[in-house]
Design a protein around this ligand. Structure first.
Ligand code: NAP
Length: 295
């Protein structure tokens, strides 16, 4: 990784130029760096890094109608191009929404990928509703925590796993009961579930199906070629992916504005520290919330 200077291309008609105030780090960023995302991002390096951002609109292209210069916004850059770890970016106008005024730039930057993925899993795949019993493996990570908040907002009952340092925050969020990752025997005997959401990709899928009710579903967000095939062949196994922007961001902004979605910042570091902060996260540094670069 290195810092570089680039001139932004001229703004296209459907693009918005944003002065970035905060950009959040996601596992996607170091998976891209490791070449693990090459099916999505292509094989060529060097690549720009970063997807989630919040900032202020500097200028808009001729056909943009949803925001104007001076608006505070948040969103994602194109997953294929990345590049949100920058002082300024050109973004597709459909990939951003107005920042809820109640949120800081860092809090807003912590939302997009994690909250959109949680939305697709809990709302679109699980169809969580009153009384649904949902088990979330990794209920303390960025995606897991938003999944808990969304499920509980739908009056579902959530139990799940997390690490020892996260038990307190998971309990406060309403997860009950909470298990350690290795308590397989205990959580498997905790009744049948309408859905299992494996945010970490560490559960044995075949083994976990016995924890589900007859029509229950297993949702996974860590695809492998084998899992992709399983997703096509099995009605009970579903993959979920973050979407880009307009489909979910306005609803997520509304839920964050009214306090239903509550991003947690674990570390806010200056952009000048980006290389060491990203490397630490890549090497497994645990944080009690999202890691955000502030500009
Ligand atoms: N399909 C998609 O579109 C999509 C979108 C977003 C994310 N993802 C994937 O979903 C996974 C979770 O993403 P996330 O953004 O929620 O990640 P995250 O915020 O880093 O959370 C991961 C959680 O995993 C737990 N964990 C267990 N073992 C760990 C280890 N060895 N190192 C670090 N953390 C560990 C930690 O909780 P404890 O400390 O409590 O153990 C941590 O909070 C990642 O693999 C990511 O690539 C997929």
């Amino acid at each position: 990784m290195y810092f570089g200077e680039y001139d932004l291309p001229e703004l296209a008609d459907d693009e918005v130029r944003v002065s970035v105030k905060a950009a959040a780090i996601n596992p996607f960023d170091w998976k891209l760096r490791q070449g693990a995302m090459k099916l999505i991002t292509g094989r060529r390096f060097p690549k720009a890094m970063g997807t989630d951002f919040a900032g202020i609109v500097e200028a808009v292209g001729g056909k943009v109608t949803n925001v104007r210069a001076g608006d505070e916004v948040f969103g994602t850059v194109d997953f294929k191009k990345s590049g949100a770890f920058s002082e300024a970016i050109n973004v597709d106008a459909h990939h951003l929404a107005r920042k809820p005024p109640q949120l800081s730039f860092s809090e807003a930057a912590a939302l997009p990928i994690a909250a959109m993925t949680a939305w697709v899993a809990i709302i679109d795949r699980v169809h969580a509703g009153a009384g649904s019993r949902i088990f979330i493996n990794g209920c303390s990570g960025a995606v897991g925590a938003f999944a808990v908040q969304l499920a509980i907002s739908k009056k579902a009952h959530v139990s799940g796993t997390c690490g020892p340092a996260s038990m307190g925050s998971a309990k406060a969020a309403g997860v009950d009961p909470i298990f350690g990752y290795s308590d397989r025997q205990a959580y498997a005997q905790n009744g049948r579930f309408d859905a299992i959401f494996d945010t970490l990709g560490t559960l044995d899928v075949s083994d976990s199906l016995s924890m589900l009710k007859p029509k229950g579903v297993f949702v996974d967000i860590n695809p492998t070629p084998g899992k992709m095939l399983r997703g096509v062949l099995s009605r009970r196994y579903k993959l979920a992916f973050a979407t880009q922007g307009i489909q979910h961001l306005p609803a997520i902004a509304e839920l964050a504005g009214n306090g239903t979605l509550r991003p947690t910042i674990g570390l806010e570091a200056p952009f000048s520290d980006a290389l060491s902060v990203i490397a630490d996260a890549e090497n497994g540094r645990r944080s009690s919330g999202k890691i955000v670069l502030a500009f």
